[in-house]
Write a protein that binds this ligand. Sequence first.
Ligand code: FAD
Length: 461
Amino acid sequence: MAESVNVIGAGLVGCLAAIALAKRDFEVTLFDYRQDPRLETTKDRNLRSINLAISARGITSLEFVDEQISQRVLKNMIPMRGRMIHDLAGNQESQDYGLFGECINSIDRSVLNNNLLDEVDRFSNIHVKFGHKLSRVDFSREKQTCVFTTDAKEQKSYDADFVVGCDGAYSTTRSQMQREVRMDYSQEYIDCCYIELYIPPAETQDATFGSFVMSPNHLHIWPRHNFMLIALANGDGSFTSTFFGPWSLVESLDSRTKIEEFLKCNFSDALDVMGHKNAVDAFERNPRGALMCVECKPYHVDQGRAIILGDAAHSMVPFYGQGMNCGFEDVKVLMRLLDAHPQDRAAVFAEYSLNRHEDLVSIIKLAKDNYKEMSHGVTSRLYLIRKKLDTLLGKWLKDKWLPLYTMVSFKADIPYHKAILTEQRQKRILAYIQAVILATLPIGGLGLYKIIRKTLKNYRK
Ligand code: FAD
């Protein structure tokens, strides 16, 4: 008889995990405390689309689970080939993400989630239970007993051979596992608040951008040192824009006049395309989100009884656009291990915890560090020179020199922790080249050229 699994959370990662497990013939029950988000009655009309950047790690993980499903669920994504930096005067400067035209992609979160739920429905061995909030897990018996509170306030129990917790940053599965396992755990709020804003489609079609008011193929950034605004395109010609800034700054903007003055002063071109009144309304009324990082270890309960994936195991700040990508990669990594040792789930879970941790803490750290780069670094001259040099070397030395962004976003086969190690080595070389440039400036161009050429030739070998 097929083994049974309770997957907790029908978000992005939970749906993918359920599909991957169903394809391996497990009898899957997928629970979520929300009602089915595809039902008309549950659609929140006040919420506009919120989009995410999906890159190679997310896409290849979806493909690993099922190529056709991947094609179907990703069909409406919009490629973004670089950042578009907006300065205070409204000038725009494009900075490519990839060395050879690689793109990340903007995709509507709820469309992606709904598409994945449609795919879940195609499997006769996945049973979906909405309106079920996990409150407790009993790991003490042969089967794992998950206790839920339903929307009707009833308590219901479901037994399974094992549990996969994909219930997000505030995971109940994780807190229940902590009663069973000596789990290291840390949670850190960063001093950054986010507010979703909205840029509507153009009123008239533009010859260059169609129904968009600016390039849809860029991730737009208005970097202002300790705060910033970003915008990603949606399929309907609109953009979802997000403001990020310290809580004290947001709290100091306590009147409409102050908000409008602040937006006018710092993001005047964005304000024009949002519409002044709409922008101030949204800034004043939309929910203010907190950002936090969660690290823990191990990710499993022994004897193959439970495991956590996605934000439940590694919530990170959104500045590398990797939270969901990394969660999808969790599913791929776990499935590869299960495929290699289908009869030994206990060993698979233990190996997953042991080997995945280094990568997860690496991407959590990278995401935190990238806030500085997005809000400030991209405007610094030194950063731009280094980036140009980094890009030049990448183009010239090909796979022997890979900028960090390329490794994280476009090279899914490079684990996050290896990307950091490679970057550290390359950084030392870049610093050396910079020092050589400064030291040899008095010698003149030819001497400088010869030294750099020799250094790089040695590196290429
Ligand atoms: P979630 O999406 O949180 O889903 C968890 C599910 O579990 C939910 O459906 C919830 O209803 C359910 N649940 C929770 N508790 C229970 C319970 N007790 N019982 C039953 N069900 C429960 N990532 C990217 O890759 N690219 C981006 O560009 C990006 N941008 C982001 C921008 C912002 C502002 C933020 C905040 C995050 C961003 N992320 C991005 C991160 C991404 O949103 C998350 O990593 C991703 O949603 C994690 O998916 P998940 O399925 O693990 O968790």
